[in-house]
Design a protein around this ligand. Structure first.
Ligand code: UTP
Length: 307
């Protein structure tokens, strides 16, 4: 099974991160010295997928500018022997192929994915990566799904076990059959159920490998009556009803929802704590923060020097 394209829906308004997102796309939030979207592209490239169909909207041009060459910056850095500063990014720009498609109105995740329909051939399988979800692990999350999709010759969605008090924040899987501790066949998906109505504790997270048949299923379900949006979860449930096999796989790795300030802060601290350069600085700072010597605890102290 050849999986060579990934759709990245990045046309949402990012209301949970306002007012920041009024002028700057949340996909460009920094995680250490890279924007969040770069982690998504790196995960796909590490999974041997190089074609990106980026769904964008007004105000998201910074994403396209970032993944573009900049001859004057390159010359400037070359003259100062500093080309290394953008070396990794240039490698990405050289190996990836980006297409940008505008979603004229934020009419839902299913609608956003449909904007790339023309680029997907009949019978083709493709990836979908939500840029809010950063997943860090030994094996790229997308690659984990691709392996299952190839093994089962079917669509597969990433899931994570979630404590029941948080389940109503997620799309949740109703299981038809369990095959291994991590692999399930999906009966249907329920969007943000109440705790008492949740069919399982398996929450959908932002990675999918889907069959082209999704588009027909989304046509069939159309706009959701309750939300006025075309929802991906409705489309996947419809695929299942159409006797298309859909699997759910518990991916291994740490996941951060960087679409909210608290999720972004946790991602930042966690990445910094694991990075060879930043780790000693951040660990010392966090340790100090817990002591009464800390500037934070003693507001009468003079400004401390931080690196
Ligand atoms: P979210 O609902 O989590 O993101 O959509 P949002 O709409 O950007 O943010 P909030 O809820 O207002 O804070 C999940 C993903 O789907 C994309 C978003 O960009 C995000 O990556 N999306 C959502 C679209 O591309 N178009 C849409 O119409 C809706």
């Amino acid at each position: 099974m050849d999986i060579s394209k990934v759709i990245i829906p990045a046309a949402g308004l990012g209301t949970r991160f306002l007012p920041y997102t009024k002028a700057i796309p949340k996909e460009m939030l920094p995680l250490l010295n890279k924007p969040a979207i770069q982690y998504i592209i790196q995960e796909a490239l590490a999974s041997q997928v190089e074609q990106f169909l980026m769904i964008t909207s007004k105000g998201k041009n910074a994403i396209a500018d970032y993944f573009d060459t900049d001859p004057s910056l390159e010359l400037f850095l070359q003259e100062r022997n500093k080309s290394g500063l953008i070396q990794d990014l240039n490698k990405i720009i050289r190996s990836a192929n980006f297409s940008y498609i505008r979603q004229p109105e934020p009419l839902g995740l299913g609608h956003a994915i449909c904007m790339a329909r023309h680029a997907i051939a009949p019978k083709e399988y493709f990836g979908v990566m939500l840029p809010d979800d950063i997943i860090i692990g030994q094996v790229p999350a997308l690659l984990q799904l691709m392996r299952i999709a190839r093994q089962e010759r079917a669509s597969v969605i990433a899931v994570q076990e979630v404590p029941e008090e948080y389940i109503s924040m997620y799309g949740v899987v109703s299981i038809k059959k369990q095959f291994t501790p991590n692999l399930f066949q999906v009966a249907s998906l329920v969007e943000k159920p109440q705790k008492k109505d949740a069919p399982s504790n398996l929450a959908i997270i932002g990675r999918y490998v889907l069959s082209q048949k999704l588009f027909k299923a989304l046509d069939e379900v159309g706009f959701n009556q309750d939300h006025g949006e075309i929802q991906l979860t409705d489309g996947i449930t419809q695929m299942s009803k159409n006797n298309e096999k859909v699997f759910a796989y518990k991916v291994q790795g740490s996941r951060f929802d960087v679409g909210t300030p608290i999720g972004w802060i946790k991602a930042l601290i966690s990445l910094a704590s694991q990075d060879p350069y930043y780790a000693p600085h951040i660990k010392e700072f966090l340790t100090d923060l817990n002591t009464t010597n800390s500037f934070v605890y003693d507001r009468t102290k003079n400004l401390t020097h931080t690196v």
